[in-house]
Write a protein that binds this ligand. Structure first.
Ligand SMILES: [Zn+2]
Length: 365
């Protein structure tokens, strides 16, 4: 598989310059929406700093420019900043990295998805930095997602960031940097993974999807629209059957106004899915219904695959009540994404009941 993610090129070149000028900071914050490949970028950077022959090493720069056959161009500039080509692949470090046993790289993540990063895990990280680098280069830790740290864990990490040992790098990966302590943020250099260039994202996604079966431009665009333009999230929608789950969700949601299905049971089904995307999809459909109801045009709809059903609902349902449902869903989304401790079932139940009421009002009219 080709690991190169074209929308990383600019950030990669920025980091490359810092390394070559020996100005790489001790702490980096890689932030941006889910599905931009931030963790992959962190892993690639770690691999490049640890590889014995990587052009990222300042001490190797002079030697390389003399011995290189093509005038000293570092290998990863040849491919337009491609990351996968930059490690040598056969030094001792590369071997250990492939086996995931490199002693100078530590990955800190929750024991299970959705759980927190404990203070004990951060203590182990601090312990890791008290050792000398085994291979004399960097000692690198990747904390992902950084917002999963408990308050105590974050405070403990802060002490490390205040006095970082030499030749160390800590990378915090976060899609919710606003949930991190301001004192942590201020000690990290920020790498912003905003939305990629639209054409680059489309081209990359289309080529990945076409490896399995041919897809239309409209479908590629729909996947990106559903994923805040984050290409890896868009690909995951297909590979993890996210699109099938979305269809089932749409069917149940749009049946609710008919009053023929039990909202509590429906919400129970929804609560078995991951809450954030469920609410995002609901918001997207609700906004599409409102868009069509207020403009009468279909070209502004995000969910083009549900266009006919959305148009029908826009004609049937009360606009003011739709705005209320939009608020309800938005609030639920903020709650579930703002805290790891929210149980979404109650929120989903009130949303399902609101959709039933939307229909009841329509039947009375
Ligand atoms: Zn190597």
């Amino acid at each position: 598989m080709n690991n190169r993610l074209p929308w990383h090129d600019t950030l990669w070149q920025q980091v490359q310059r810092s390394c070559q000028q020996d100005r790489l900071p001790h702490a980096l914050l890689l932030c941006g929406p889910l599905g931009m490949g931030k963790a992959l970028f962190a892993q690639h950077l770690a691999e490049n700093l640890l590889c014995e022959k990587s052009p990222l090493h300042t001490e190797d720069k002079g030697r390389k420019s003399v011995s290189s056959h093509d005038g000293g161009v570092p290998p990863f500039e040849k491919g337009g900043g491609g990351i996968s080509a930059s490690t040598c692949g056969h030094c001792k470090s590369c071997y250990l990295l492939r086996a995931k046993t490199h002693p100078d790289l530590l990955n800190v993540q929750p024991a299970e998805t959705g759980k927190q990063i404990s203070i004990d895990q951060i203590r182990s990280l601090i312990q890791f930095y008290t050792l000398t680098a085994n291979y004399g280069r960097y000692q690198i830790a990747i904390v992902a997602p950084a917002e999963a740290m408990t308050r105590n864990a974050a405070n403990s990490l802060l002490k490390l960031l205040e006095e970082p040992p030499p030749k160390t790098l800590i990378m915090l990966v976060s899609h919710q940097p606003s949930a991190l302590l301001a004192t942590i943020l201020s000690r990290c250099q920020r790498l912003d993974f905003g939305s990629p260039n639209r054409t680059a994202a489309q081209t990359w996604l289309r080529s990945r999807l076409n490896e399995k079966k041919r897809v239309t431009e409209d479908y590629v665009q729909l996947l990106l629209n559903l994923s805040t333009q984050a290409p890896l999230a868009a690909l995951a929608l297909v590979e993890t059957e996210g699109m099938a789950k979305r269809q089932a969700l749409f069917d149940s949601l749009t049946q609710l106004p008919s009053g023929q299905i039990d909202p509590v049971r429906v919400a129970e089904g929804w609560s078995k899915l991951e809450a954030a995307p469920v609410l995002q999809w609901m918001l997207s459909w609700t906004m599409d219904i409102i868009r069509y109801a207020t403009t009468g045009h279909t070209q502004y709809l995000v969910n083009y695959d549900h266009q006919e059903a959305l148009q029908r609902l826009a004609k049937q349902l009360n606009l003011r009540r739709l705005f209320e449902i939009l608020d309800l869903q938005q609030e639920a989304y903020w709650l579930v994404t703002g805290s790891a401790n929210i149980k979404p079932q109650g929120l989903l139940e009130s949303i399902a009941i609101a959709w039933v009421k939307l229909g009841a009002q329509h039947h009375r009219r």
